[in-house]
Design a protein. Structure first.
Length: 141
């Protein structure tokens, strides 16, 4: 886990998985599988407010809604982690929950938003997780 300052927004047009395949709230029906031929892909989720603040969130109630179309990771401060692996839904969900636990343990105040970014780097797939930190709750040093 690291604290990341994003100085400019990352904007993706047509981001997210295949809206037809995801099947609604939280992409629970059909898992998205990343293929390097897709280029960089961003998925964005609104989190259940209770689960987003819990040190032991329930994974089955964690994701409230997925966003499609133009998705932006705004400039600001984030908790960030990544794995050099093509993680499926269960893998990145586990990584997101661990990031939340670590952040809450360090007393960060997290926004109930989750960004999952896939990219191809150094001949490998990388899965990245971003959780925004609440404005005004982050030391800039």
């Amino acid at each position: 886990m690291m604290k990341l300052r994003l100085c400019a927004p990352l904007v993706y047009i047509g981001a997210g998985g295949d809206a037809g395949a995801e099947g609604g709230a939280g992409g629970r029906e059909t898992p998205f599988v990343y293929e390097p031929s897709l280029g960089e892909v961003l998925r964005a989720f609104q989190l259940d407010p209770r689960e987003a603040e819990s040190i032991e969130p329930a994974s089955d109630a964690y994701l409230e809604m997925e966003f499609y179309g133009r998705i932006e990771i705004p400039a600001g401060y984030y908790l960030f982690t990544q794995q050099r692996e093509n993680l499926d839904r269960n893998g990145w969900l586990e990584m997101a929950i661990e990031l939340q636990k670590d952040g809450l343990w360090e007393r960060y105040v997290l926004e109930p938003r989750l960004y999952i970014r896939y990219l191809w780097e150094d001949a490998r797939v990388v899965t990245q997780v971003f959780r925004p930190l609440r404005e005004g709750s982050v030391e800039t040093a």
